[in-house]
Ligand binder design. Sequence first.
Ligand code: OSB
Ligand code: MG
Length: 374
Amino acid sequence: MKLSGVEIRTVELPLVSPFRTSFGTETVREALLVRVVTDEAEGWGECGAGTAPLYSSEYTHAAADVLTRFLVPALAGVPGLDAHRVAPALAPFKGHRMAKAALETAVLDADLRVRGVSFGHALGAVRETVPCGVSVGITESIPALLDAVAGYLDAGYLRIKLKIEPGWDVEPVRAVRERFGDILLQADANTAYRRADARHLAHLDPFDLLLLEQPLAEDDLIGHAELAARLTTPICLDESIVSARAAADAIALGACRVVNIKPGRVGGYLEARRIHDVCAAHGVPVWCGGMLETGVGRAANLALAALPGCLLPGDTSASDRYYRTDITAPFRLVDGHLAVPTGPGIGVTPIPDVLEAVTTATKWVPVPAGCHPS
Ligand code: OSB
Ligand code: MG
């Protein structure tokens, strides 16, 4: 494939309800969409970064900037460009994994469209539909939380994840467990606790959570290992797992028994697949996380969620859990499951009118033909 340029588009989609976590409240999802244009096909990718660097160091404007100045130009002249050549070409640039992931995904999408192969097939998916969970934000009161959870269970979600933080942890977990009984339930702290909170977090143990996600800082694998030894609730890592090596380290240290895989956080679907494989080799179950993606990101995440080692329901919720109008044909929950797209590439494309309506900025970054033969 010969790359002629990359369009970097900022979109803003209002969320159907505010999403509050320990790191802030989102009412609008600001996302970057990357469209690569090649001589053979176009491809799409979505950047998981949010408006502010609160989940990780990345944020939308920085992602757009690094893509424009460094990442897209680095693909000029890569001979025989395909998705496998993207990460090596971008490796000199430190960090910015979500920006890199969006670009690699778009190249992979274009490549697979040319070859008529779906993302699921390319990654090794073994399921046509995937079981879905939902991530429930912090609410203003326990009754409001119980109402929200009841609505999601009525909609068919098979697993509930509660966002927690100091002051909103044991009581909401207890209330949901007591009201809804034997549901699949887990909690996500997004790094809100310290090592010294181990005794407090042990109060979650009686509630049979599937897992406790990322209680401590991103760089605190030892702290997670110490905490894991003091809790019966399995620790799952999200923010800490930035690569297959990080996953191998976390497993070797006993820092987690479960891994949340987000392709953006780890630099793309190829690294996500490697993490899946490392975890599978160690008997560590994984599941596909989410970053409030539009249909573009969701489509690719569903392919990942269909891998054999994804043994727990993911944060791969239906379009209407996030948006009144998604930018692709909406993903609908059927018996708690979403269908894995089967068309070439990610299997979906943005609906032009909807896309235009939510676009707040567009930038075209031309890629000059390189000097290498391809
Ligand atoms: O920690 O998993 C997280 C959303 C934004 C940033 C971080 C996280 C989340 C979620 C929602 O939990 C997942 C989703 O439904 O997309
Ligand atoms: Mg998380």
